[in-house]
Design a protein around this ligand. Structure first.
Ligand code: ZN
Length: 209
């Protein structure tokens, strides 16, 4: 367990990226799970909070090689910043001392593809509504080209933009997070994870550290 008191937002990002490197190189740390359970049974000090997709291939503890008590995880299809997701992030930063919010999209995302196809079925449509602004913002593929899930490049571009849009939503809707970012108590990182390479690629232009 990492002591959050000595961790800055940049340190938190470094811890994540070192873990991601171990994951890519197939050299994960060995853990004494009994000891970690004992250490964390009464409290938690996660050093980072991650809003990521529910996709079964994007579990963050594996991707960043972390264990119990390290990461506060908010997972919803399409890594959408719903009101409840934002509330969860506020809780982790304000009350658990998390130093970093990461919004992580990923390649070949089913939710993004559904949004690209303007899927409206059932409650899934509620998720799509929150991704639609990213689809609309994607202008490099014009109306004469294929603006749907069959166009891989279009899907990847929307996925990238979606991370930015969700961060915008978090900052617009959360005065708690806005203040903490302004006071440099926390940072926010945008990035996309590749299912094929295992790399989490940071979008520095849309991150605040
Ligand atoms: Zn996904």
């Amino acid at each position: 367990m990492t002591n959050r008191d000595t961790v800055s937002s940049k340190d938190a990002l470094n811890l994540l990226m070192e873990g991601n490197k171990r994951f890519i190189n197939n050299t994960p740390r060995q853990y004494d799970t009994i000891k970690i359970r004992e250490e964390t049974k009464n409290h938690q000090y996660p050093f980072a909070s991650i809003l990521s997709c529910s996709d079964s291939r994007t579990n963050i503890d594996t991707i960043f090689d972390q264990n119990l008590g390290d990461l506060f995880s908010v997972r919803l299809a399409g890594n959408i910043a719903s009101t409840e997701a934002i509330g969860s992030l506020e809780f982790s930063c304000k009350y658990l001392g998390s130093r970093l919010i990461v919004v992580m999209g990923h390649s070949n995302c089913g939710a993004i593809k559904a949004a690209c196809d303007d899927y409206k079925g059932g409650n899934i449509g509620e998720i799509i509504k929150l991704i639609a602004p990213a689809v609309a913002a994607e202008k490099s593929v014009n109306d004469k080209e294929q603006r749907d899930s069959k166009n891989e490049l279009f899907v990847e571009k929307v996925s990238f933009l979606n991370v930015q849009k969700q961060i915008d939503t978090i900052l617009q809707k959360s005065s708690i997070i806005r203040e903490m970012v302004k006071d440099k108590k926390i940072g926010i990182v945008a990035g996309v994870y590749s299912l094929s390479s295992g790399l989490f690629e940071i979008d520095l232009d849309n991150s605040i550290l």
